[in-house]
Design a protein around this ligand. Sequence first.
Ligand code: NI
Length: 255
Amino acid sequence: MILTDTHTHLYAEEFSSDRDLLISEAIEKGVQRFFLPNIDSSSVDGMNALTKKYPNNCFPMMGLHPCSVKENWKDELALVEKLSGEQKFAGVGEIGIDLYWDKTFVKEQEEVFRRQIKLANQHKLPIIIHSRESFEEIYNILLDSKKGSPCGIFHCFTGNADQAGRAIDLGFYLGIGGVVTFKNSGLDKTLAEIDLQHIVLETDAPYLAPVPFRGKRNQPAYIVKVAEKIALIKNITIEEVANITTENSRKIFAI
Ligand code: NI
């Protein structure tokens, strides 16, 4: 059984004391592939150091996170564009629009998102979308941005069945993590209506730990809890969940 974590911030300082231990424990449990989304200029070195250490397990991505779109966004975006020309990345992410934390730079967030979709098209890479309270805004931009294949992932998808259907119709996959284990999230009912062909797994570690670790630091091995929950919803084995979702991640990233 091979599980793939399509979205983890394993380079984050929350893991500085036990990162190697957590990675080896996860690999032992079958979690063998980690896709690392970038945040901004401050996360690049840590991400690259980690992928250099684990070239067969950790795959870096490049992008500017919407919550890091501030006064200096032009410099930050220029760095993303420069590095994308110099180094091979598995995808462009994480990118998108966040209307939950701060709406001061919403216009700039949209501009940066559009330009990073273009960047992904240039390099023929998938995009990893952060869409917190912004599904409709993102969807409208995707409709007229003509994202080429491979499309990418709606990271931490928590929308309804209608939104899931529209994202899938555009060619996107839905990233499902710890939220599916939360009581009253409703995501289990949405997932029951969606074919696993459109789903990938993610932790978003160190955030969003699944039950029974909710509220604690999330870590790579906990993705097993997400896979177990999906197996329960779909009434199949965890091995089947692992096989299908890892195969989906291979289609997206060609890795
Ligand atoms: Ni993230």
